[in-house]
Design a protein around this ligand. Structure first.
Ligand code: ADP
Length: 402
């Protein structure tokens, strides 16, 4: 089954075309990225497997044209991988926010679209862009089934004790203010894959998944179900991130707004786009820059690096207590997959309970790698995340049921 996986941002479209033989076996036919939609000069980078990649620069005023360019690239006589659009069996979309309407992926219909629209308030940058993607595909491929996979769905198994804020209850009733989490597709994928890789029985396991990238979250997964996660009402909550502040004393918000004469939208931008590594270092939101700068003696960058580890340790430690122990700790995403020092330093803090890292395995980790020593009391692994594969699997399953 040929599945097109779409991740539509406010000014970009990421895509992958997969030929799914079954849940485990698939060929990646092509992938690519449309960038700078709505700006004077846009770009499409198309990478067909086994063929030369192609980059085109041209104005891309809206998502509909962006999607048309993706589909044209897929059937292009020279760079394409399909004979015609008819070869696409289904399209799967990543959706950031499904609130408590969705605890799993769904086939797109009017009701699903209405509910995604109702979640736009909670994800004003992302959900409207996802809807543009769905409508653009409907316009170009009207007969092809579309499936939506939500970043929040995996976290819907949390109990009220984990998802309620201690605010007046009426805000939950009136405005649905509660914790929803994010990166759920990634936490689900790496916890399932990690359990299999380590030979654990997922239905009888305690796993902590650390998705540490530009956006970061840590999740406690008991018996295959999320019981707690660090992101909250929005992806701002939790630990330090590339440009997000993570947890702060909420009283800081009105305090700074008054001092700096900021509107709510401006303060939201400060916390989401100007904080984290970028805000604290005054230099960059990229962890590789933090590592380079701290090696050069930059004190602010060193604090950023140390705070990242400090925040992960607090979350992992808290989740170990919540689950009364842990069988496996998993690292994934840009930093979690690529930085051995973060993994080592986090795990060192749990040496008191028998967590032991195999330094050579940790340094050499690529693909799925067990990085704990054989006599470690807890298994520790690096598992590269693959959210697109989860979306493609769900899309295949749901589209096959039609
Ligand atoms: P996103 O959340 O946007 O998907 P990623 O998961 O791709 O982001 O993570 C991006 C982060 O990963 C950046 O901060 C980048 O510096 C970091 N990163 C990538 N490679 C390395 C590396 N070798 N060492 C440390 N950090 C890395």
């Amino acid at each position: 089954m040929i599945i097109l996986v779409i991740n539509c941002g406010s000014s970009s479209v990421k895509y992958q075309l997969l030929d799914m033989k079954n849940d485990e076996v698939y060929d990646l036919l092509a992938k690519g990225l449309v960038e700078k939609i709505g700006l004077p000069e846009g770009t499409i980078t198309h990478k067909p497997t086994g063929k030369t990649p192609v980059i085109k620069n041209l104005p891309i005023p809206d998502h509909k044209l962006g999607m048309k360019l993706v589909l044209d690239a897929l059937v292009d006589p020279e760079h394409g991988v399909l004979k015609s659009f008819d070869d696409i069996d289904a399209v799967g979309h990543r959706i950031v926010q499904g609130a408590d309407y969705f605890s799993g992926s769904a086939l797109v219909n009017d009701d699903v679209i209405r509910k995604i629209e109702m979640c736009c308030d909670f994800a004003p940058l992302h959900n409207p862009a996802h809807l543009l993607g769905i409508h653009a595909i409907s316009a170009v491929l009207p007969k092809v089934p579309q499936v939506v996979t939500f970043d929040t769905a995996f976290h819907q198994t949390m109990e009220p004790v984990a998802y309620m804020y201690a605010l007046p209850y009426e805000y939950y009733e009136k405005y649905r203010v509660r914790r929803y989490g994010a990166h759920g597709t990634s936490h689900q994928y790496v916890s399932q894959r990690g359990a299999k890789f380590a030979g654990l029985d997922l239905s009888n396991s305690r796993i902590i998944t650390c998705h540490i990238g530009n956006g970061s979250s840590v999740t406690a997964v008991r018996n295959g179900r999320c019981i707690d996660t660090s992101m909250g009402f929005t992806p701002l909550e939790g630990m330090i991130m590339g440009t997000r502040c993570g947890n702060i004393d909420a009283n800081i918000v009105p305090y700074i707004m008054k001092k700096e004469n900021l509107t709510p939208d401006e303060m939201t931008t400060v916390m989401n786009k100007k904080s984290g590594f970028l805000g604290l270092s005054c230099e960059s939101s990229d962890m590789r820059d933090m590592i380079r700068l701290s090696a050069e003696g930059n004190e602010k960058a060193r604090i950023v690096f140390d705070k990242l580890i400090h925040d992960i340790v607090k979350l992992v430690g808290g989740y170990i207590a919540e689950m009364n122990g842990v069988d496996m700790i998993i690292f994934t995403a840009g930093i979690g997959e690529n930085n051995a020092e973060v993994r080592r330093r986090v795990c060192e803090q749990f040496s008191y309970m028998g967590v032991k890292i195999d330094d050579a395995a940790n340094k050499a980790a690529h693909d799925d790698t067990m990085i704990s020593a054989p006599d470690s009391k807890v298994k520790v692994a690096m598992i590269p995340t693959d959210e697109e594969l989860v979306i493609a699997r769900d899309t295949m399953r749901i589209a096959s049921e039609i």
